[in-house]
Design a protein. Structure first.
Lengths: 304, 304
């Protein structure tokens, strides 16, 4: 079944302790949609300016991503620039230019409105809600978010959470959202805000998936051991895209915790590949067999 | 098969954000030996003063721990006092009084010298080496350490590492020892110092076990999800004790990576129980069936 993905589409400048690259394809929707496209058909909703390289559009097309929901308007594309510190775990945003993104209102083509699986990738929660307003009740809705929205748009975020099935966020964001330092308690609180499921990403420490604790719905997903991280940008977006893609491919009548666990691993697999090179470069050569073999590696490193 | 455990035996004063308790049974050897005793017979090597409560000695005896290597001498027992901050992940040592521990030289009774499994729990690396000097070549030697020894006795520690099979340390210590921020690279460097295996503890993020990478020997052990931590003191010691105890119980001719993975889980199980109450209180009521059921939980939360 297809997935609808809304989020940002950006031109990124990324600096790490060893390299710097400019005008890279970036943005939460770009990473998520390409990641999801390894599992199922993706429908993209986003906006770019008239400076957006046609090569990037062609890449989306080569991944069979539906671009009916991609708006291209006069002006400059959204630009983001960030720098990673020595340990690659700390990131500083150097500049953000919203440009055409500043007045973005996601508008869903008629052909998108019945999409059963939805990923609201990281953008303002009011825009995420606006997408849901235009849809028939999807089978499963995943939302990603970030610290910025918890700080400046918490009410919007809480309003959104009442409508989603799974919230993805990282450990520091979970603590920030709940004012709770224990992640087990934080996840229980977030489930109280609406989502039946919560995935807490912990970077190099993997990911925790929480469901109904009375049914023992808890899963600890390991991180793949990587000696060399080249660019962590988009890892979370690839995780979310792979997760929703794997769920859509499984396409259960009612999404089970078992399917969610497998989807979390699938998302982790794509994310682990993505950080091996800058921007989306690694995914350009990624093959389905690569995904299968690393999925098996995840099984091997966690089995005892 | 029996295990020999050498380390500190202390009277602890522990303060958490909600509680404070004084004169608790503590020390690396105490925690490790009690933990190991759930799996096999433990032989203790350590020193206490004449103020050491006989109730604590009786508790060791109730766990069938061999005390032939326990020296009781005139003077005060080793005392340690520490405080945990709000998130329970940060600890500050408030005071240390070495007392009788200052002039401790571990002396092994004849009956200990052929012990096949050895845990050199956290004490000065020169003392750990001194224990090995008195032994026939054991089948498997595990050493634990801490940041203090990396700072003040790195040469002694490196000399020890050439003689041990498995080094246990936490993530910050692994980075400190190797000047390397990536744990995969740090573990490979530590293996280069001698130990065939390295276990890197990551607190609430679980533990990584590294062996021969050309044989894909890597294991990511999850942490048990705990909403309430009452006292993290001794968690690492219980982990080490459970690990060596489980290895000794399995007693393979040559210790395999498969057995080490299971031993890491067994150690994690005991550690996860230990933090549920102050000092060794939770272990006093712990039953073998509890260990089995939580071991099964570790399987459940990591299976997909």
């Amino acid at each position: 079944m297809p997935v609808l993905i809304v989020g940002s589409i950006a031109l990124d400048t990324v600096k790490t302790p060893v390299e710097e690259h400019a005008d890279l394809l970036g943005g939460s929707a770009s990473y998520s949609a390409v990641s999801a496209s390894f599992f199922t058909d993706a429908r993209l909703v986003g906006i770019v300016g008239d400076d957006f390289p046609s090569a990037h559009v062609d890449y989306f097309k080569s991944r069979r991503i539906d671009l009916a929901g991609l708006q291209q308007v006069a002006g400059s594309s959204f630009r983001w620039s960030g720098e990673y510190m020595t340990d690659m775990n700390t990131r500083e945003t150097r500049s953000v230019a919203l440009n055409v993104f500043e007045h973005f209102t996601p508008h869903l083509p008629e052909s998108y409105r019945q999409t059963p699986y939805v990923l609201l990738a990281n953008i303002a929660p009011s825009l995420q809600s606006h997408v849901l307003d235009q849809m028939a009740r999807p089978r499963f809705i995943v939302a990603d978010t970030m610290d910025l929205w918890i700080t400046i748009a918490k009410a919007d975020l809480l309003a959104l959470l009442a409508r989603v099935d799974l919230l993805i966020l990282n450990d520091s964001e979970a603590k920030m959202l709940t004012d709770e330092t224990n992640l087990i308690k934080a996840a229980a609180m977030i489930r109280g805000y609406g989502p039946a499921y919560v995935a807490i990403k912990k970077g190099e420490h993997g990911c925790l998936l929480f469901g109904d604790s009375t049914k023992d719905e808890f899963f600890s997903c390991p991180a793949f051991p990587l000696a060399n991280l080249h660019d962590p940008t988009g890892a979370g977006d690839c995780f979310a895209g792979g997760l929703i893609g794997a769920l859509a491919r499984a396409d259960e009548e009612t999404v089970t915790f078992e399917a969610l666990k497998k989807a979390v691993v699938s998302g982790s697999v794509v994310a682990s590949y993505n950080v091996e090179a800058f921007s989306l470069e690694r995914l350009r050569s990624l093959q389905p067999a690569d995904i299968e073999s690393r999925y098996a590696e995840f099984e091997r490193i966690s089995r005892f």
